[in-house]
Write a protein that binds this ligand. Structure first.
Ligand SMILES: [Zn+2]
Ligand SMILES: [Zn+2]
Length: 363
């Protein structure tokens, strides 16, 4: 047991509170990672606003990078001193989904695991998303970490934990994009830009970005979008058809949690196209679609969680592409902040103009 500093959510919709918390030593199969960087994701904000429920008090934060500073019994393949990224993908390794290569939808991700954190006075404290990374250290299962090169900048590395694998993985793993296919990406935020660069890496012919401002469409083009369409257009799918030479897209990736984006997504599809559901709306909301039209045109609607990523397989190749200059990470960072500035960093992320804001732990 040790005392560390963390940003704690005590009340939904209120600023996070920087306070001291207690962290257990790593247990069976667990590692302690001392963090260098953690990025702020829209999922953290949805939780902190109460959009997805959950217990309070809680520590959010799930896109982190740092160094292993302790290992529990039964950890193989990792050692103290290893530099790693920490993801929220905790997988048992033996359920039917894990066994078929789909750890992001593991059926027993939290089997028997007790939260390793408590408040300063020993009260319950939720380790949200199996990470609780808005804190100086985390204790996580070894299935959640991937080794990274010592020299890799941690602010770039931490982005691999969620936004990058979610977007790139959606294009490569969920959509199974083939070279030459046409793609529409709705939303050019943290995940959307990665869906765009995933489509570029997979060899898409045209990549049409759809977002609310010209500024975001310009950023999208710097990540590989060939065309940009303003979502403020009353029928933006018409402009997308035009960009695709008069046909609908083979793949539409919905990277925002806005219901209008979900309702409109099938309109961008060509015959045989598929829409990939990535951005998560608040619980309880409903979208509408036309089952007759979609079945008649042989279209599909597919959910993708965390880019269907197998972290030990996918994060290493993404690091290699980053080192070759083919996967942009540094360009995704819009600001660097201290833990004490986390509420300002969250406010900046909520303005919608930001790519990723990263908290750096100086020591
Ligand atoms: Zn995330
Ligand atoms: Zn499993």
């Amino acid at each position: 047991m040790q005392t560390i500093k963390a940003a704690v959510c005590r009340e939904f919709g209120k600023p996070l509170v920087i306070e001291e918390i207690q962290l257990d030593a790593p247990g069976l199969g667990q590692v302690e990672v001392t963090l260098d960087a953690v990025a702020i994701c829209h999922s953290d904000i949805s939780y902190a606003e109460g959009g997805w429920g959950g217990h309070l008090p809680a520590v959010y934060g799930h896109e982190a990078a740092g160094r292993i500073t302790a290992t529990g019994p039964g950890v193989t393949g990792f050692a103290e001193g290893d530099t790693v990224v920490v993801t929220l993908i905790r997988a048992c390794g033996t359920c039917p989904n894990c066994a078929s290569g789909k750890p992001t939808i593991c059926e027993n991700p939290a089997d028997g695991v007790q939260d390793p954190i408590k408040t300063a006075d020993g009260g319950p404290l939720l380790q949200a998303m199996a990470c609780g990374a808005f804190a100086e250290k985390v204790v996580v299962d070894h299935s959640q970490i991937v080794r990274i090169p010592e020299a890799m900048p941690r602010d770039a590395a931490c982005l691999l934990s969620c936004g990058v694998i979610t977007g790139v993985g959606a294009a490569v793993n969920a959509a199974q994009l083939r070279a030459g296919q046409d793609v529409v990406v709705i939303g050019a935020g943290g995940v959307g830009l990665n869906a765009i660069q995933g489509a570029r890496i997979a060899g898409a012919r045209r990549i049409v970005a759809v977002d609310m401002t010209e500024e975001k469409l310009e950023i999208a083009k710097s990540f590989g979008a060939t065309d940009g369409v303003l979502a403020t257009d009353p029928k933006p799918w018409r402009a997308a058809y035009k960009a695709l030479g008069g046909r609908g897209a083979d793949v539409v990736m919905i990277t925002v949690g806005a219901i209008p984006a979900y309702n409109d997504a099938p309109r961008y599809l060509g015959w045989g196209g598929k829409a990939i559901m990535i951005g998560m709306p608040h619980s309880g909301t409903k979208a509408e679609y036309d089952p007759m039209g979609m079945s008649f045109q042989g279209q599909g609607l597919i959910g993708s969680k965390m880019g269907d990523t197998v972290i030990q397989r996918d994060i290493p190749w993404m690091i290699d592409l980053y080192e070759q200059g083919r996967l942009k990470l540094d360009e995704l960072i819009s600001g660097r902040w201290s833990l004490e500035q986390i509420n300002e960093a969250i406010a900046d992320t909520k303005t919608g103009s930001a790519k990723r804001n990263v908290i750096l732990f100086d020591r």
